[in-house]
Design a protein. Structure first.
Length: 142
């Protein structure tokens, strides 16, 4: 009994591809383009991150209003209004702001959100405030 074994023709085929030098040149060009575009994008990045503060302060305002309708005064403590401040990046969380109620009385309140990171590296930290009339103000612009 004879067996036919097909002989495999093992020829080296050359596959067209990029070499390492070409890939490095492309990566350098992409890096330069990113460095050129980044300063123009920093204000947009800061503005986007400030949306977190605005949203949380509006939520805090709603909770304070509910508390006011029930107790005829505003609260100075987060636990009274059931506001749970999100963990910021310094506490291994995702939030970029820390929150506090800085003023509270029978007729008014003021809450503040202060950034814990400097978004554009200029040494100025972004601060937002909201009051009992839902006036949302950027006190310090980053």
């Amino acid at each position: 009994m004879k067996r036919n074994f097909k002989k495999f023709n093992l020829k080296k085929k050359k596959i067209s591809a990029f070499n390492l030098q070409e890939l490095l040149v492309v990566l350098v060009i992409i890096g330069i383009l990113i460095l050129l575009a980044l300063p123009n994008l920093m204000p947009l990045i800061s503005k986007t991150k400030s949306l977190e503060a605005q949203t949380q302060l509006k939520h805090l305002y709603n909770l304070e209003r509910q508390y006011f309708f029930m107790h005829s005064k505003y609260s100075v403590a987060f636990r009274d209004i059931n506001f749970e401040s999100p963990k910021n990046v310094q506490e291994n969380g995702n939030a970029n702001y820390s929150y506090e109620i800085i003023e509270s009385s029978n007729t008014s309140f003021k809450a503040r959100a202060t950034s814990v990171t400097d978004f554009d590296g200029d040494g100025i930290f972004n601060v937002w405030e909201i009051n009992q009339d839902q006036n949302l103000i950027e006190v310090i612009k980053d």
